[in-house]
Design a protein around this ligand. Structure first.
Ligand code: SME
Length: 164
């Protein structure tokens, strides 16, 4: 207690329930079109408004070797991320999610807003299995993201190019 932002820290059990409901909602919503940008926009809007500890929620699109900002919710973000630097590029280059409890401890972290304290990034794969974007969530508290966020967001990212 004592920290006025304590209520932003969500227990894993509560997160699981919340993500389950969000997944169900998104699966139905994203069925209406197969357009990836429309789907990304809806993913951002739903997650950002349903998860209290999300401070910035969005996608960077991999275009001609650059990471350019795509659909997002939250404070104004960097338009383009310096190549091979920071948490987003780390997810793209390793093709794996990155969980960063303290952004200041991550070498090369790119700060678009000084209020961001912890972060999670996940690569987004198209139907052929190529990385075409990265999903990024920032929190204004340290240690906001856990393996539950990683697993549940990976399931949600698989919906972007799903044909089911
Ligand atoms: N922190 C990211 C940059 C994007 S912003 O957080 C919105 C990075 O290090 O790649």
């Amino acid at each position: 207690m004592g920290d006025s932002k304590d209520h932003y820290k969500m227990e894993n059990k509560k997160k699981e329930g919340r993500y389950f409901r969000i997944y169900t909602q998104l699966k139905e919503l994203l069925n209406k079109t197969d357009d990836p940008l429309a789907r990304m926009s809806s993913v951002c809007a739903v997650l950002h408004h349903k998860m209290d500890y999300y401070f910035w929620t969005g996608f960077y699109l991999l275009k001609e070797g650059k990471l350019i900002v795509g659909p997002y919710q939250g404070p104004v973000a960097c338009q383009e991320l310096e190549k091979d630097k920071g948490v987003c590029w780390a997810a793209v280059n390793s093709k794996a999610p990155m969980l960063v409890a303290d952004v200041h401890a991550f070498p090369g972290h790119i700060s678009c807003d000084s209020r961001s304290k912890s972060e999670i990034t996940l690569p987004v794969f198209d139907g052929k299995g190529d990385v075409v974007a990265v999903f990024d969530v920032d929190s204004d508290q340290t240690g906001s993201f856990t393996s539950v966020d990683q697993e549940e967001l990976s399931r949600i990212m698989a919906l972007i190019f799903s044909t089911e």
